[in-house]
Design a protein around this ligand. Structure first.
Ligand SMILES: O=C[C@H](O)COP(=O)(O)O
Length: 321
């Protein structure tokens, strides 16, 4: 919790009873309405200039991700090269927001991205399950930050959340946030992964969003990419409503990162339409909205080329994501 006096309606204390009373006092999610709104977006389409603008914006919002046990330094270097210059034949294609890797590969990404504005993001806190003692999670985080990570993507303890131990989840986020400190510099940005596919109900997505923001999250992120369902439009909608309402209550703006399963330009653009209609344009910027994806970028590049030239590039034109 920030030191400032809580705005009316926010929990006065972070003991479990106060957090529970607050989180369970939030309005229930209209599940049918959320699904209907998401379905309605499927019928929307952007045309020409607006579409070209949206594709470039989506590219700038991508956290280009590889989170596999088989990741190698060579793969991270190749991904970083792609992040810096997504299309070697077209200098007008913007760079992505970040490259996202496991903590042990942070030094490789830092080295490969030196001198570029592309950030290095690292998952930490015993990603993806988060099942480790807090000391291990903090050591994981501190190491990634010491190695040069600009952003930390932590997972919440879903077991504690589902058991109603909100205090534990809250305090762990606060501790990880402290571990993001960099001597003499800005702290690494903290993205808090809710793993919405394990939260069982949309009401829990809303509660977990608020809990993470109350604990100091800079971003709230849907998923690890290791659990199905991952990023869905109804879940992103609920999280966007949460950051909008949180800013109205506290004055602090928090970003949103849907991640996992976003593979097509169509999906990406539907997310951007949702942002525009839910929070408004204040969030339509890579500082406030990201798309976590391992294999979306090529489709964005292909659709970009098609829009500009009328034809798709050949299947071998882009390196594999
Ligand atoms: O954080 C990002 C996700 O792990 C990426 O998931 P994806 O491989 O389904 O795109």
């Amino acid at each position: 919790m920030p030191d400032t006096a809580p705005a009316p309606g926010l929990p006065r204390s972070t003991d479990n009873a106060s957090l529970r009373a607050f989180l369970h006092g939030l309005p229930g999610v209209d599940e049918v309405g959320a699904r209907a709104r998401a379905a309605a977006l499927a019928t929307r389409s952007l045309k020409t200039t607006a579409k070209a603008h949206a594709i470039d914006l989506a590219i700038r919002m991508v956290d280009l991700t590889t989170l596999e046990g088989a990741d190698t330094p060579g793969k991270v270097r190749a991904l970083s090269a792609k992040a810096r210059r997504p299309d070697p034949d077209d200098r007008d294609v913007p760079q992505v927001a970040a490259v996202c890797v496991y903590p042990d590969l942070v030094p490789v990404a830092v080295d490969a991205l030196r001198g570029s504005p592309v950030a290095v993001a690292s998952v930490a806190t015993a990603f993806p399950a988060g099942r480790a003692p807090l000391a291990a999670k903090l050591a994981d985080t501190r190491q990634a930050v010491a190695d040069g990570a600009d952003e930390i993507d932590m997972v919440i303890d879903r077991g504690a959340f589902l058991a109603g131990d909100y205090r534990k989840v809250h305090d762990e986020i606060v501790a990880v946030r402290e571990a993001c400190a960099r001597p003499g510099g800005e702290p690494a940005h903290l993205k808090v992964i809710l793993e919405t596919g394990e939260l069982a109900a949309y009401d829990n997505v809303r509660r977990a969003s608020w809990l993470a923001m109350l604990a100091g999250a800079d971003f709230i992120k849907t998923s690890t990419g290791k659990v199905t369902p991952a990023a869905t439009l109804p879940v992103t909608l609920i999280m966007l409503e949460a950051v909008r309402d949180f800013r109205a209550a506290t004055g602090r703006q928090v970003g949103v990162k849907p991640a996992g399963g976003i593979r097509t330009t169509k999906d990406a653009l539907r997310h951007l339409v949702l942002v525009n209609e839910t929070t408004g344009p204040d969030w339509l910027d890579p500082s406030w909205f990201r798309l976590g994806a391992s294999s979306l970028l090529n489709d964005l590049l292909m659709q970009r080329t098609r829009l500009a030239t009328g034809t798709y590039p050949g299947p071998d034109h882009y390196t594999l994501d």
